[in-house]
Design a protein around this ligand. Structure first.
Ligand code: ADP
Ligand code: MG
Length: 367
């Protein structure tokens, strides 16, 4: 895994500092972090006391660990890997969680004509090897791996809650969607513990619940869409105010490899087996993090035109697409940051238009 400095990405800006009142009870801000799923998960929440905060965050982290144990493709003991071990055999009964993630993945695969495809496992493995060795995958191996790829070779039966992998050797990879699902589940766990105002961040995937007490939303900064080395990188930071929503960033900033002067992303095109090239970053706002995570990955594969079309068709989703072109870094927006919908409230913090010191206005954008 090659971790390079981030030139663009979603990062969290901690805003709500003080405690506040909600109804009669005083709520205090607490923050926790733990490593899971190959990244650092962070929880920020408002609770009446430290004990309640600790109990809720412990349960949420435990839920994330559960998801990791079920969906990791690094752990041979995971439910996912046990399922893959039975590829080519009869349908296998799986847990609710695994079924739900696979169902969401298949739905996105259909909507994107296979640009999002969790059967890319064999190809992703070859590119991971390529990253370690700094040499491209062997073309023969790549074409063999491609024979195992295709979302139609993955069959789900919702009534029986079974999953069947039609070809032996198939390998599923939930790296493009599982973190978002885990963030959603962690947020739901916090709610079950009575915590409404909370934020769960797993790397570039962030899910938020109700706004912090007295605030319009959680402030999330989308870092500068500028290459490193510019005079004032902060100038291009965009702020989002989110509540009951999620935001995810995908791109080649964090994980990539350079082979023969070409920069390859950890996201691959399932049709060609080739890792994406060219610097781009896609940030998606949606009603939940499973959706934003999957969409951010697939928009990266589809590119600007088809990617934006797909987001347009997703209720309540919006996108910021940043790309390095021959003319320099350029960005495109669709319903961003004003992604709408009844449950999403997004506001752009724009102090210039509102006057200094004033809180940004919260706008509810139509779908
Ligand atoms: P990150 O893991 O950095 O949050 P993404 O959410 O974009 O980034 O997920 C990238 C991961 O998704 C890859 O590391 C790989 O495991 C998986 N993946 C790569 N290409 C595809 C694809 N075309 N469809 C679905 N999953 C993919
Ligand atoms: Mg993703």
């Amino acid at each position: 895994m090659n971790r390079a400095p981030t030139w663009v990405g979603a990062c969290l800006v901690v805003t709500a500092l003080a405690s506040g009142f909600v109804g009669e009870s005083r709520l205090t801000r607490f923050e926790f972090s733990q490593p899971h799923m190959g990244t650092l998960f962070r929880i920020v929440l408002y609770a009446p006391d430290a004990e309640a905060a600790r109990a809720a965050s412990d349960a949420a982290f435990q839920r994330i660990a559960e998801m990791d144990n079920a969906m990791s493709d690094y752990k041979p003991t995971s439910e996912l890997m046990q399922l893959c071990a039975r590829a080519g055999g009869s349908p296998v009964a799986v847990s609710d969680d695994l079924f739900r993630v696979l169902a969401a993945a298949q739905d996105l695969a259909e909507r994107s004509d296979g640009a999002f495809d969790v059967t890319v496992g064999p190809v992703v493995r070859l590119w991971r090897r390529a990253r370690r060795r700094h040499e491209g995958p062997d073309p023969e191996r790549l074409s063999k791996a491609l024979e195992l790829v295709g979302y139609q070779k993955l069959r789900l039966d919702p009534a029986a809650r079974t999953v069947q992998l039609l070809k032996p050797g198939m390998l599923l990879d939930l790296g493009g969607i599982a973190k978002g699902y885990a963030a959603d589940e962690a947020l739901a766990t916090l709610k079950r513990y009575g915590i409404e105002s909370a934020l769960v961040a797993g790397g570039g995937d962030i899910a938020v619940g109700s706004a912090p007490p007295g605030k319009a939303g959680w402030r999330i900064a989308i870092a500068s869409p500028e290459p490193p080395g510019i005079a004032n990188p902060k100038s291009k930071i965009q702020n989002l105010l989110l509540r009951d929503a999620a935001v995810s960033t995908s791109g080649d900033a964090e994980q990539h490899v350079e082979i023969g002067g070409v920069r390859y992303s950890h996201i691959v095109n399932p049709k060609t087996g080739v890792a994406l090239t060219g610097r781009s970053s896609v940030t998606v706002v949606a009603r939940n993090c499973t959706t934003s995570d999957g969409l951010a990955t697939v928009v990266s594969v589809l590119g600007l035109e088809r990617g934006l079309e797909l987001v347009k068709a997703a209720p309540g989703a919006g996108v910021l697409f940043v790309k390095e072109t021959a003319q320099g870094v350029r960005s495109w927006k669709l319903r961003f940051p004003s992604a709408g919908g009844s449950r999403i409230t997004v506001a752009q913090a724009n102090p210039k238009s509102k006057g200094k010191g004033q809180r940004p206005e919260v706008k509810k954008a139509p779908l």
